[in-house]
Design a protein around this ligand. Sequence first.
Ligand SMILES: Cc1cc2nc3c(=O)[nH]c(=O)nc-3n(C[C@H](O)[C@H](O)[C@H](O)COP(=O)(O)OP(=O)(O)OC[C@H]3O[C@@H](n4cnc5c(N)ncnc54)[C@H](O)[C@@H]3O)c2cc1C
Length: 457
Amino acid sequence: MKYDVIIIGAGPGGIFSAYELARLAPQLRVLVLEEGNPLAKRKCPIDGVKIKSCIGCKPCSIMNGFGGAGAFSDGKYNITNAFGGTLYEYIGKDQAIDLMNYVDGINLAYGGEGTKLYSTANSDIKTLCLQNGLHLLEASVRHLGTDINYVVLENLYNELKDKVEFRFNCGAKTVRKTDDGYAVTTADGEVEGRYCIISAGRSGSKWMETVCRDMGIPTHSNRVDIGVRVELPAEVFAHLTDELYESKIVYRTEKYGDLVRTFCMNPKGAVVNENTNGIVTVNGHSYEDPAKQTGNTNFALLVAKHFSEPFKDSNGYGESIARLSNMLGGGVMVQRFGDLINGKRSTPDRIRESFTVPTLQATPGDLSLVIPKRILDGIIEMIYALDKIAPGTANDDTLLYGVEVKFYNMEVGIDENLETPHKGLYAIGDCSGITHSLSHASASGVYVARHIVSTLN
Ligand SMILES: Cc1cc2nc3c(=O)[nH]c(=O)nc-3n(C[C@H](O)[C@H](O)[C@H](O)COP(=O)(O)OP(=O)(O)OC[C@H]3O[C@@H](n4cnc5c(N)ncnc54)[C@H](O)[C@@H]3O)c2cc1C
């Protein structure tokens, strides 16, 4: 069977490519290959009772399957060019925003209606930040919430399942150029298509490296973000989260001039484990449904580490730090801010006595044994800076979970059509290295679908 378009990966990038292709050119035969399970079968076995930590399922239900890495996320669609990727460098700022708004409209039509859109425009918080050496990045944020995000994905799947062909538990192994397109091998055999869109996300980053190597596609990689997840009583950040939901705040440290930023803010949310290629790091999410909310807010504080030649393995550096925390803590580690400042390891007793009740069972420990001094100093400086706009942030009982690592996929050599040097072979979403968010990945999917349709004759 020969397809018009083969899409590798059913995360937001792949889903929105499929959606737009089905809408604009329903005559096309489109195949979506997905390594993971359909949405309904994605179940992480960690129940906190029998299975307390990651057992390394393959595929991982959190990262793989219909909906991709974002399926159980907080569903925050940031409509901005200020963060979340550099898609705008390829397709222009206005078009990038238009596409993110288009994606937002689809999310609303498929179950997201009634969810709130937050905005930093005209916010007094921007002034408050500036008065305290902090910088609030501009954005609109649609917060679907973990529950509604799931419903939207369910509805999108039902919309697409009769229009495009999905093959689950069917990972692509190799991609090869043929006379008139591409051949993709899977465990079930080979499929051929005229066009191929690779949208393998973060979990597919290592695989993507082999594809680029085999096909001579240039790549570039030099960045990793390392930090902690902060958890504190929701009241401390309520004036920010009530107005903005998510505030992306950047601070330049006095000591080293490094940039530290807040990332992935989850009001009344929960801290969770994240498994990337067997390494357990920390993340967070929150629900729109008040019944599922907690009394805490969590967010990450990250320091970006850029490396220069000859060092090339920025993700390897981040993995080593995460491995160290896994070695000492058996997974994610938690420490009270007061203990960190006083040079003490947090103990189970001190965590139990803490006024901030942890939402993730993590091993009490000492983050200073894991996180490089320069990064930890930056995080501590930022916590004190945030304390000025949100008093209580630097309380002794503020909890720090480590480590949070944001891996960046290598940047794949693609042009303004998001097309590799091989005509008809596209790289989109997080596996291209140019997006790291739901909205940018989805927008890149729509963009490439439209480009393919424009080349049909
Ligand atoms: C816990 C968590 C919370 C997050 N919260 C947010 C948030 O609130 N807001 C936000 O903007 N971003 C968030 N993100 C990031 C966001 O999920 C990603 O940026 C986004 O999902 C990227 O979309 P994608 O389609 O490029 O890749 P992915 O979503 O990673 O999807 C790629 C898919 O490809 C499949 N795949 C990989 N290799 C192969 C192969 N060889 N063959 C076939 N299939 C393959 C994978 O199984 C996966 O399903 C979060 C991420 C996580 C893990």
